[in-house]
Write a protein that binds this ligand. Structure first.
Ligand code: AHG
Ligand code: MN
Ligand code: MN
Length: 379
């Protein structure tokens, strides 16, 4: 019996293996069903990233042709990174390089490789004016022999570096801005990137976990695409992701507790008191130490993620980077109905003063983030 869709399914294939009255297998009128045909059906069942983006461009005007092509190129680079990640030791991609990035962090081989993949994939497309990366000292202008576009691309090529060698989920985070009008006709400068997160026209991440997924916003909600490895397609499996408003799960690196500011201490202390405390419920805790993976969990089932400012010399401004981590993740979280603050204020409103600026990050389910914001205001 054909599948409901009218197309034949894997289940139908069994019928052609039945024997006739003489105990012989009948000649098959059609070729046998193979995995690729089955996967082809999957591809038809789900919308592809390309289809989603074309619709956003044509019907909803949520994305320009340039940004659409740019997102497609970034997503192609993420496929290549996903492939390298999945090779692990066999691909010789684990371990450190022995170099440091501009922020004094030891670079892993995959930090540098992912950065190269993103640069190379995006240089020639004609949709960009320049790129900036957590792994590069300053901006990367599009070389003169390629056509240039109006967009600026920023990325954390490999997020969760400490998890690379231990086979835990890692990812790539990206953000798209437009070159300011006053930059027309001159060379793009670092200052042109210093725009608040509210000006992002798209943002997203790829997560390299048990499945590789791309989670994207072009300002019209948050969509999750799963990579169908055999077909090489991103398929829309998580439409219009919404973040639950309430939660009983927090994510923070507890080893920094002694350095925290009073409002964060107060909140975590209340969480730990459970149902007999002022919050009246028992909280669960998770800390993956890859922002991508922690945020992905929160977008999936709710929760609150914190990498707050703290009293250490290195932590006074926070650990995470505004332009490559906090802004794109805040855009996604807000688009899914959540909130993202640095303590007292909204992250997306911050006017950056440096490319590699750090910031305190508290994001996730609306009610919990607003509670923490109140605690900061009251302090
Ligand atoms: P990156 O690997 O890009 O440097 O980012 C790591 C970040 C972030 O992904 C994560 O939330 C945090 O660092 C983990 O920090 P701790 O090791 O201090 O927990
Ligand atoms: Mn990171
Ligand atoms: Mn990184």
């Amino acid at each position: 019996m054909p599948g409901e869709s009218g197309r034949r399914t894997r289940h139908d294939a069994g019928a052609s293996r039945e024997t006739d009255a003489h105990g012989h297998s009948p000649r098959r009128a059609e070729p046998p069903f193979t995995d690729s045909i089955f996967l082809g059906e999957l591809t038809l069942k789900y919308k592809t990233l390309t289809q989603y983006l074309v619709e956003q461009q044509r019907e909803h005007k949520a994305v320009s042709a340039e940004v659409r092509l740019l997102i497609e190129t970034v997503s192609r680079a993420c496929k290549a990174i996903s492939h390298a990640v999945s090779k692990g030791a066999l691909g010789g991609v684990l371990g450190s390089l022995g170099t440091e990035n501009v922020q004094g962090e030891v670079q892993k081989k995959l930090d540098v490789l992912s950065n190269e993949i993103l640069l190379e994939a995006n240089e020639w497309g004609g949709n960009l004016a320049a790129m900036a990366s957590e792994e590069m000292q300053t901006i990367h202008r599009i070389p003169n022999h390629y056509p240039k576009g109006q967009n600026l691309l920023l990325f954390d090529p490999l997020d969760g570096s400490s998890n690379i060698d231990v086979n835990v989920s890692i990812g790539t985070i990206f953000s798209v801005l437009q070159a300011p009008a006053e930059a027309a006709g001159r060379e793009i400068a670092e200052e042109d990137f210093l725009q608040p997160g509210t000006r992002q026209v798209a943002a997203g991440y790829a997560i390299y976990g048990p499945q590789t997924m791309l989670v994207l916003t072009v300002g019209a909600g948050v969509m999750g695409f799963t990579l169908d490895r055999e077909m090489g397609s991103w398929l829309l499996t998580h439409e219009n992701i919404r973040l639950p408003e309430q939660t009983a799960e927090f994510a923070i690196n507890m080893s920094n507790m002694r350095h925290w500011e009073a409002p964060v201490r107060r909140y975590i202390d209340e969480c730990l008191q459970g149902e007999t405390g002022p919050l009246g419920k028992n909280y669960n805790m998770r800390w993956i130490a890859s922002m991508v993976a922690d945020v992905h969990r929160i977008l999936t089932r709710g929760g609150i993620f914190m990498y707050p400012r703290d009293a250490r010399a290195s932590g006074r401004k926070g650990k995470l980077r505004l332009m490559y981590e906090a802004n794109p993740m805040s855009f996604l979280v807000e688009q899914a109905g959540g909130r993202a603050i640095d303590g007292t204020g909204r992250i997306l409103d911050i006017q950056p003063d440096a490319l590699h600026q750090r910031v305190g990050v508290i994001l996730g389910s609306r009610e919990e983030v607003e509670r923490l914001q109140r605690y900061h205001q009251e302090a």
